[in-house]
Design a protein around this ligand. Structure first.
Ligand code: UDP
Length: 446
């Protein structure tokens, strides 16, 4: 372990679960390299300091009480950034005055772009942290051009066609292809605003995204440190905003090896009542044991599972478990889990790949669509679930857990898990990249 105690890192986290978790993991990894770590975070969805005694915490008192997924996302981001800017600047200016020998570097979540301005104002080095896949960015950046060419929003007959210059993505895999016009316009506006940072830390692995990382390095001409998967590197305790129901582990202990399908749509995605019913009957009719996370509020118009179809709970007694939130990494590591039906958020993707669990891919929005295409078509460790209909669901679950096709997919998933391990060992790509990052920070690139 190097000792960089003279160097203080301020990690500016965003209030989304899928961003907060890897940021805290990054903090853990850099702390183990000898840096002192401060997590600057919003009051909304703040991490629990008692879970991370090794960090200092700097709360930024934003005025938001909740993330409004149906509201104006750009406006939300703008206000969030505006709210936090002066507080961070004020705090850091004081820190600089009080601790003359401390050298500070800011590492900020890409959506907390105000931190870049603070760094510039105080003449501090800053690095962007990206918690999405690398393959998502070229697709996202292409949106304005496709829009200008009249190809977006995507027309039904175009959905299966390949997008020019974005192999292997089809139009249906583009982020925000099926979203409302309003949200879509906001996303376009954000894509136009992405600036070139001085360096990027990416929670990804070279072997997974080699060609797109090469392309991005060429494009940006700045250091890109691909140091993932952070979920395997950091010894973090819980980073969940919701309470984890650990009863699922003793339930999993009673199930046969590789028999359970684990289902979760992450921390943001929602479904409607019909989708809920189709999912429920698909799981019931598959005749496989299942662990299904239904987040409170994730079914439009309901608090939790009041919209589950009549008779469902009786039907699945002893074979299925429906919970609000679980310790997902532990679940995926459990021998009883044979497959993960996922919305393909990037953390879930990396967590599943790291544990060698094959997937059923049912993306809902944004980067998930891109990740799902890579999982099913390029890495071939997942099956694409084309329609949310009970028969299609039964078919997908049985293909993955029972049929020979599933065995082949599992073999590839296990091979991938081994590759992940190698990338983290001495001499592996992520191991080397992390050392390069430490060097870069120590050298002080103001
Ligand atoms: N997660 C969890 N318990 C659950 C469901 C999800 O701990 O019951 C975690 C999961 O391990 C992952 C994160 O929530 O780290 C979700 O992040 P992801 O990027 O997959 O999706 P997002 O929530 O950003 O859409």
């Amino acid at each position: 372990m190097g000792d960089h105690r003279g160097k203080s890192l301020v990690l500016v986290a965003s209030p989304f679960q899928g961003h907060m978790t890897p940021m805290l993991q990054l903090g853990g990894v850099l702390h183990s390299k000898g840096f002192s770590i401060t997590i600057a975070h919003t009051k909304l969805n703040s991490p629990d300091p008692s879970n991370h005694p090794e960090f200092a915490f700097l709360p930024l008192f934003d005025k938001f009480l909740a993330i409004d997924a149906s509201g104006n996302f750009t406006k939300f981001l703008e206000e969030l950034n505006e709210n936090c800017k002066m507080q961070l600047q004020h705090h850091l200016a004081q820190k600089i005055t009080n601790e003359v020998n401390q050298k500070i570097t800011i590492i900020h979540d890409n959506i907390m772009y105000f931190a870049e301005e603070v760094a510039r104002n105080l003449n501090l080095p800053s690095i962007v942290f990206r918690s999405c896949s690398a393959c998502y960015l070229p697709a996202y950046l292409k949106l304005p051009q496709l829009h200008a060419e009249g190809l977006l929003p995507v027309k039904d007959y175009m959905l299966q066609k390949l997008v020019p210059e974005l192999h292997p993505l089809r139009f249906k895999d583009l982020p925000f292809n099926n979203t409302s016009t309003e949200l879509f316009k906001e996303m376009l506006a954000l894509a136009e605003r992405i600036r070139t940072p001085s360096a990027i830390i990416w929670n990804t692995i070279d072997f997974l995204e080699h060609s797109v990382l090469t392309q991005l390095r060429k494009h940006y001409k700045i250091p890109i440190f691909d140091i993932g998967p952070l979920n395997e590197m950091a010894r973090c305790s819980s980073t969940s905003f919701l309470e984890e129901d650990t009863n699922c582990i003793s339930w999993l202990d009673k199930q046969a090896p590789r028999s359970v399908i684990y289902v979760s749509l992450g921390s943001l995605a929602t479904m409607d009542e019909t989708e809920l019913a189709e999912t429920a009957w698909g799981l019931a009719d598959s005749k496989q044991p299942f662990l299904w996370v239904v987040r409170p509020g994730s079914v439009n118009g309901s608090e939790w599972i009041e919209f589950l179809p009549d008779g469902f709970m009786e039907e699945i007694k002893g074979r299925g478990l429906v919970l609000k939130w679980v310790p997902q990494k532990q679940v995926l590591a459990h021998a009883a889990v044979g497959g993960f039906w996922s919305h393909c958020g990037w953390n879930s993707t990396l967590e599943s790949i790291s544990k060698g669990v094959p997937m059923i891919c049912r993306p809902v929005m944004g980067d998930q669509c891109v990740n799902a295409r890579y999982l099913s078509f390029i890495w071939r460790v997942g099956l694409e679930l084309e329609y949310l209909e009970r028969k299609v669901i039964v078919n997908a679950i049985r293909r993955l857990l029972v049929d020979d096709e599933g065995k082949e997919i599992r073999k590839r998933a296990i091979t991938m898990k081994e590759k992940v391990k190698y990338s983290l060992c001495k001499g592996g790509s992520s191991f080397n990249s992390l050392n390069d990052l430490v060097e870069y920070i120590v050298q002080d690139h103001t």
